[in-house]
Design a protein around this ligand. Structure first.
Ligand code: C5P
Length: 193
């Protein structure tokens, strides 16, 4: 059986960085599930059809990283049929040997409720806005508003809202350097491996 590490948390909390580092450290596959929703939002037209017909090419478009794509993603992500259309792909990915790291909003709660390790990565609003603003070359105050709006939409939606799984290990990266956050995540995995 493959080993699954589920990582959830709000935007710019550091979960993507931790996910990539864990995948490298353990030699596991990594899926940034936010890309699926970003690609669906960017594709346009009927979002359910867009989610059902995503291609590998859709997942590599440069504009997927933009703040606009993030907002579009969180709007289509509230549609239950869009989420449903993306479940099988994520579960098949999670089953890849020898193991997989998936990061998103509902991995530990909905996609992989039996994951061996669940991490919930958080950071203060201010820290997250500053990080994302630096990454995208944007204004931190505007970024703060955008992140809050996106978090609110992700947390308040009826279908698979953002929340920690009951058995998730919470990592707060507000005051951690990247290597410290990664070390905390590796330690959480080593405890159960
Ligand atoms: O993680 P990222 O910022 O790329 O995610 C973009 C948006 O996609 C999130 O704000 C959220 O609405 C949605 N998403 C989701 N479930 C996931 C991953 C992302 O609803 N597993």
């Amino acid at each position: 059986m493959s080993f699954i590490i589920a990582i959830d948390g709000p935007a710019a909390s550091g979960k993507g960085t931790i996910a990539r580092a864990l995948a490298r450290h353990f030699g596991f596959h990594h899926l940034d599930t936010g890309l699926l929703y970003r690609a669906t939002g960017v594709k346009g037209g009927d979002p359910v059809a867009a989610a059902r017909n995503l291609t590998a090419e859709d997942l590599t478009r440069p504009q997927l990283r933009s703040a606009e794509a993030g907002q579009a993603a969180s709007r289509v992500a509230a549609i239950p049929q869009v989420r449903e259309a993306l479940v099988d792909f994520q579960r098949r990915f999670a089953a890849r040997e020898p193991g997989a790291v998936l990061d998103g909003r509902d991995i530990g709660t909905v996609i992989c409720p039996d994951a061996q390790v669940k991490l919930y990565v958080v950071a203060s609003d201010r820290v997250r806005a500053d990080r994302r603003a630096a990454e995208l070359g944007a204004d931190p105050a505007a970024m703060l508003d955008q992140l809050r709006e996106r978090d609110r939409r992700d947390s308040e939606r009826a279908s698979a809202p953002l929340r920690p799984a009951d058995d998730a290990v919470v990592i707060d990266t507000s005051d951690l350097q990247i290597d410290e956050a990664v070390a905390a995540a590796i330690a959480a995995v080593d405890r159960v491996r």
